[in-house]
Design a protein. Structure first.
Length: 297
């Protein structure tokens, strides 16, 4: 049973405000999609993290909240919802039966990440390692030139120590770059390696919100989306690609000034992603029981 029941005149404005917020954030993406245009920053949020704008616009109140007057509305038929008279609420027991293993994995991963200090100074070299040793016309974002050319890009990669801890970035390293990494992360060692300074781990907070739909309140999911978009901007600004045509000035990590800017923004993202991790753990505690983790100092 829900612990709080909202009347329709209370929850409908919340639902409409969320839908409007999502429409504002996704309008440009949808227009580009209709025109067949690619965007290496914005597309990532919808292609790699596979929640469509339409699904993102669905408002979920989270565990313990019932919506009065919703029994004849489409959400009554959404997966993992249950109807109790005229009230629609999350079916927590059904969700845990279907997704309990995912809940426990995400909970363990978030707690492990929070327990570690942020490791800074990787300088986003994972993106450089993804194009190492291949011709410029063979790169992933072929419509955007490499700032330093293929040879200059490879030289930057060789001149730095690569210390990528995130498997889902490492798995895209080229065969010549993978041995240069100080770590060899695998899916099995993900929990052991994840740390809050990693930009991709920060973006992945949004992924976990998506994978745990609909138990995660939409406000948290949207906050995680916003942070992921900011992080992705830095991810690509610090990459070897020239994205000035998109209004993205490069963070030149091959220079001392660029390194300092990268670390400063990386530190901020680590703190903000940890705050989101703590909020998400609080939701998971509501769903499955237990005490939310505390952020490490």
């Amino acid at each position: 049973m829900p612990t709080t029941v909202l009347d329709r005149d209370e929850w409908e404005p919340l639902m409409q405000a969320h839908r409007a917020a999502v429409e504002d954030r996704t309008r440009a993406h949808l227009l580009r999609r209709d025109r067949g245009e690619k965007h290496p920053v914005e597309d990532f949020l919808f292609e790699y993290y596979s929640l469509t704008p339409g699904r993102l616009a669905r408002w979920h109140p989270g565990p313990g909240v019932g919506l009065a007057g919703a029994s004849r509305m489409p959400r009554a038929g959404w997966r993992h919802y249950v109807t109790l008279g005229d009230v629609v609420a999350l079916d927590r027991a059904g969700f845990l039966e279907a997704r309990g293993r995912t809940v426990e994995f995400v909970r363990g991963l978030l707690e492990a990440t929070l327990s570690r200090p942020a490791t800074l100074g990787c300088f986003g070299l994972h993106e450089w390692a993804m194009v190492h040793g291949i011709p410029e016309n063979g790169v992933r974002h072929e419509n955007w030139p490499l700032r330093l050319g293929a040879e200059g890009t490879d030289e930057v990669t060789r001149a730095h120590t690569i210390r990528c801890s995130h498997f889902d970035a490492f798995r895209f390293f080229t065969p010549t770059a993978a041995p240069l990494n100080t770590l060899q992360p695998t899916r099995e060692t993900q929990v052991a390696h994840e740390q809050p300074g990693c930009l991709h781990a920060g973006m992945d907070v949004y992924k976990w919100c998506v994978k745990l739909e609909p138990v995660v309140p939409s406000g948290l999911t949207l906050d995680a989306f916003d942070l992921a978009r900011e992080i992705r901007r830095l991810d690509m600004q610090a990459s070897p690609y020239d994205l000035t045509g998109l209004g993205l000035e490069p963070v030149r990590i091959e220079t001392p000034e660029g390194k300092a800017e990268y670390v400063s923004r990386q530190r901020d993202f680590a703190e903000r992603s940890n705050a989101l991790r703590t909020r998400l753990l609080g939701v998971l505690a509501q769903v499955s029981g237990g005490t939310p983790a505390r952020m490490s100092p």
